[in-house]
Design a protein around this ligand. Structure first.
Ligand SMILES: Cc1ncc(COP(=O)(O)O)c(C=O)c1O
Length: 382
């Protein structure tokens, strides 16, 4: 694994994060200009220039898109980033803009729980949807004749990892485009375009923004024609980010490396502590050396994420455990500075046991958090 902090020809991740997307300094202007609230812009005469109407573009998005692009695709002139109202808006923009009736798409069978709903909608539009699990590169078997391969690695909530480069080469050999959901890794954990993918797509709601107060999504792509279609989709559907959300996201990216390094290190410590407990089964964290995902994760990831998954013996035990936690909120989503955990089966969507817990590790002190988890396990035993 590269430690992700420094490549020979560019500054380290922390340096790049704090400066990502900043405009050239202008005397008496702020370093990061505030949000531009505008439904329309002055537009005398010809309809040309960057800012015409607020659904099409906004200067606050421009700076955020530059920032995300610098992290997802450093040094790549051919890459473009577009921000959206949410991760789902970004995901839908790629799938619905690239696929036509009669096309086939390969989705993960163990991806984010709203993905099957998107699959059902694609089927209603006459698109063939094929699914296979993330682990074992099982999607490879379904690529013949496909137009697009959708990868989610690490997968949510099971934390399986597939070989992105291998799958991408196989998909490209068959003429298929490849999109990777990079939500769990963040661009500091994984850079799908460098692994060959055509699109890196993510929910910025999670660790990218990291405070649990913003919904956001983005698509970074390197095919100009495909990205023009994604942009057109954003205009048609209007799933745009508000300027305030875009600005909060940009401000948050400055601390991305700090948060990611802290949260991910604590996630590893929590996983190591959980591993000692006999009541826990199915413990998954790609950073654990004996995790089934570790080998391939170590090849393609720079950091392993802040999510740990595990299973307690029953639903009742899992509910008691969650209720006993003091520093970890029972809430969905992940990636925030405050730890959260939930019993994933309560949503009904994921194919996981009743006692399956997805825990998102925050920025609390590592000793406090590990102690809280171990105490909650003890208290929930009876
Ligand atoms: C892997 C993954 N992708 C996409 C999404 C959707 O993101 P959003 O909630 O911002 O629409 C989520 C949300 O949990 C997710 O976990």
């Amino acid at each position: 694994m590269s430690d992700g902090t420094k490549d020979a020809d560019r500054p380290g991740d922390g340096t790049r994060a704090v400066r990502a997307g900043l405009p050239e300094p202008v005397k008496h202007e702020p370093t990061l200009p505030g949000p531009v609230f505008a439904a329309h812009f002055h537009l005398p005469g010809e309809v040309t220039g960057p800012y015409l109407y607020g659904r099409d573009d906004n200067p606050t998005w421009t700076l955020l898109e530059r920032a995300v692009g610098e992290l997802e695709a450093p040094g790549r002139e051919d890459a473009e980033t577009l921000v959206f109202a949410s991760g789902m808006a970004a995901i839908s923009s790629v799938l619905f803009s690239q696929l036509r009736a009669g096309d086939a798409v390969v989705l993960p069978s163990d991806g984010y729980q709203v993905l099957p709903m998107v699959g059902a909608q694609l089927e209603a539009y006459g698109i063939e949807v094929r699914t296979a699990p993330t682990g074992g590169d099982a999607q490879l078997e379904l690529l013949d004749g496909a137009r697009l391969l959708w990868i989610e690695s690490p997968s949510n909530p099971g934390l399986d990892v597939c070989d992105i480069r291998r799958l991408t080469e196989a998909a490209h050999a068959r003429g298929a485009l490849v999109a990777v959901d990079n939500t769990l890794a963040t661009p500091l954990g994984q850079r799908p375009l460098e692994l060959g993918a055509d699109f890196s797509v993510a929910s910025g709601t999670k660790q990218l923004t990291g405070h649990g107060d913003v919904l956001l999504g983005y698509v970074t792509g390197r095919d100009a024609e495909a990205m023009a279609a994604v942009r057109r989709w954003r205009k048609i559907v209007g799933a745009i980010s508000g300027p305030m959300e875009a600005w909060l996201a940009h401000r948050s990216i400055a601390t991305l490396q700090l948060r990611v390094d802290r949260q991910n290190a604590t996630a590893l410590a929590v996983a190591e502590a959980l591993r000692q407990r006999p009541e826990i089964s199915g413990l998954r964290y790609p950073g654990l050396p004996d995790d089934p995902s570790h080998k391939i994760a170590a090849q393609q990831m720079h950091r392993y994420g802040c999510v740990v998954s595990f299973t307690l013996p029953s639903r009742a035990r899992a509910e008691r455990f969650l209720a006993a936690l003091r520093l970890v909120e029972d809430a969905t989503s992940f990636g925030g500075v405050r730890s959260t955990a939930e019993r994933r089966r309560r949503w009904g969507g994921d194919d996981v046991p009743e006692g399956f817990i997805r825990m998102s590790v925050g920025a609390e002190d590592h000793d406090d958090l590990v102690a809280d988890v171990l105490r909650a396990l003890d208290e929930s035993a009876g």
